[in-house]
Design a binder for this molecule. Structure first.
Ligand SMILES: Nc1ncnc2c1ncn2[C@@H]1O[C@H](COP(=O)(O)OP(=O)(O)OP(=O)(O)O)[C@@H](O)[C@H]1O
Length: 470
């Protein structure tokens, strides 16, 4: 037996048959849940996801085909085998054409049924469903909700292909965590996983970040630079916030995906790349397309398969597991003895609104961990942290560093990357100002608009200034 622990949901209104079948399948090593109607099956599926549904066709109320249709919509990757005493060849053909995994006519041979079950399970769980090792791919993704189980089952299925995946979901729902998990479950797992946030990189820099550049391609290109496509060669590239990609780059990205080759800026040669693309967005790409901000041809290339992550409020049963997971992680990080949440504190967490999803939950748990003076986190602390949801716990040094960087970026944007003007506004001389830029790893050339960049002060000037200072 390839999957002895698989969970099967049985649906039949005949109690004797239900009992008999349950006993047979349990004896064969499966975990069996049995319900008498389609309605009961759907309620069951809302709380627990089996690996297979085995249903009679004739049922009171909704019949087995209607149940199948509903399962198709709500849990597309869940296989269904139908059983009937009234089976006819045309019914069977129709059912399998609609996507039912299999169809057996009663009385069926027990061996035939077990074979069918094995086949369905083998097809839908590409790796043998055997314990912990099989779960390693999603070890970082903590969840117990059936909605997430559904997303994960699909992710696991598509991981083995090279299909481009589009991950949709609000900010902080775990799109990047899921992208990593897909990479880990894929044949590319041993090759690099590279993530780039297309919304966080200035347009002038994004192209060279993605595709690379040759020395001298633009003012600050002091050496050849490999792009992220090449860095991810053989592996997976996550294009995060793809909805923020500027239109000019959308065209170039499309060409790279079509030709499976990149041409670094300033080079006349294309370099072949073998990269699986996962893109992610919290924006409504359909609306962006309708508004002419996102190319339709690129959309279809990126979106061979879509996975949508539910918000945290849509899967509240994940809140306690996530909160405890973060608590234990943070307790270890801060060297604190923290044992858990007081029951009323946990209740406050599970009933809160969570507009910032899992990221916000992490921030709240981080605050309460930092502030708690007792091993059990009290309600008052959780309430306080929930009232200030945006606050991230940073050390003074980290906060100062972040402020400095944002301040310098603001000045450079204001002055179009003119260091002399920016230094004057900051009340520092140029050499001091260059030092500050270097500390924050900022390059003024990135802030010049293209027309200015062509005639901008060469990078040598920056070097000279630093050298002068010794
Ligand atoms: N299921 C999960 N289990 C454990 N940690 C999670 C889970 N989901 C999200 N996180 C954590 O929450 C934070 C936000 O997750 P992530 O960056 O993947 O979200 P996102 O959807 O990509 O957000 P954005 O759209 O803002 O980029 C990260 O610190 C991540 O580790």
């Amino acid at each position: 037996m390839s999957s002895p622990k698989a969970r099967i949901l049985l649906v039949d209104d005949d109690p004797d048959l239900l009992r008999l079948l349950s006993m047979r399948l349990s004896a064969a090593g499966y975990q069996v849940s049995a319900v008498p109607s389609a309605e009961a099956a759907l309620s069951h599926l809302a709380v627990e996801r089996p690996q297979l549904v085995l249903s009679d066709v004739r049922l009171p109320g909704r019949d087995g085909m209607a149940l199948f249709d509903e399962i198709r919509t709500r849990h597309p990757s869940l296989p269904v085998i139908l059983l009937t005493a009234h089976g006819t060849i045309p019914d069977a053909v129709e059912a399998t054409a609609r996507g039912v995994f299999g169809y057996l006519t009663k009385p069926y041979e027990p061996r035939e049924l077990l074979d069918k079950i094995e086949q369905a399970l083998a097809l839908t769980s590409p790796a043998p469903a055997a314990g912990r090792a099989d779960e390693a791919w999603r070890a970082e993704l903590i969840s117990r909700s059936s909605r997430m189980a559904e997303v994960l089952a699909e992710a696991r299925l598509i991981a083995s292909s090279d299909a481009s995946v589009l991950l949709r979901g609000d900010s902080g729902t775990g799109k990047e965590v899921l992208a990593r998990a897909i990479h880990r479950a894929s044949p590319r797992a041993k090759k690099p996983f590279v993530a780039v946030n297309c919304g966080a990189i200035p347009e002038a820099l994004l192209e060279s970040e993605l595709f690379g550049h040759m020395k001298g391609a633009f003012t600050d290109a002091v050496s050849n630079h490999k792009g992220l496509f090449q860095a991810a060669d053989g592996g997976t590239l996550l294009l995060d916030e793809i909805g923020d990609m500027p239109p000019a780059l959308q065209v170039k990205l499309l060409r790279v995906l079509q030709e499976r080759a990149v041409r670094p800026l300033g080079s006349s040669q294309s370099i072949p790349v073998d990269v699986r693309i996962i893109s992610a967005t919290h924006r409504d790409l359909d609306a962006a397309m309708a508004a002419g901000q996102f190319r339709e041809d690129l959309y279809w290339r990126l979106n061979v398969v879509t996975l949508s992550l539910p918000t945290l409020a849509q899967r509240r049963e994940d809140i306690p597991v996530l909160a405890n997971h973060f608590l234990h992680k943070l307790a270890a990080k801060y060297g604190r003895r923290l044992s858990g949440f007081a029951p009323e504190a946990m209740k406050a967490l599970t009933t809160s609104a969570w507009p910032g999803n899992v990221r916000q939950l992490y921030n709240v748990v981080e605050q309460v961990c930092a502030l708690s003076t007792t091993p059990l986190i009290p309600l008052a602390l959780v309430q306080r942290a929930l009232r200030a949801p945006g606050v991230e716990v940073l050390t003074y040094a980290e906060a100062k560093q972040r402020f400095e960087r944002e301040y310098l970026v603001g000045l450079l944007k204001l002055t179009d990357g003119n260091v002399a003007d920016a230094a004057r506004l900051a009340g520092r001389n140029r050499t001091e100002f260059y030092r500050l830029l270097q500390k924050s790893e900022l390059t003024p050339g990135l802030f010049k608009n293209e027309a200015v960049a062509a005639s901008a002060a060469p990078v040598a000037e920056q070097r000279r200034s630093l050298d002068e200072e010794g």
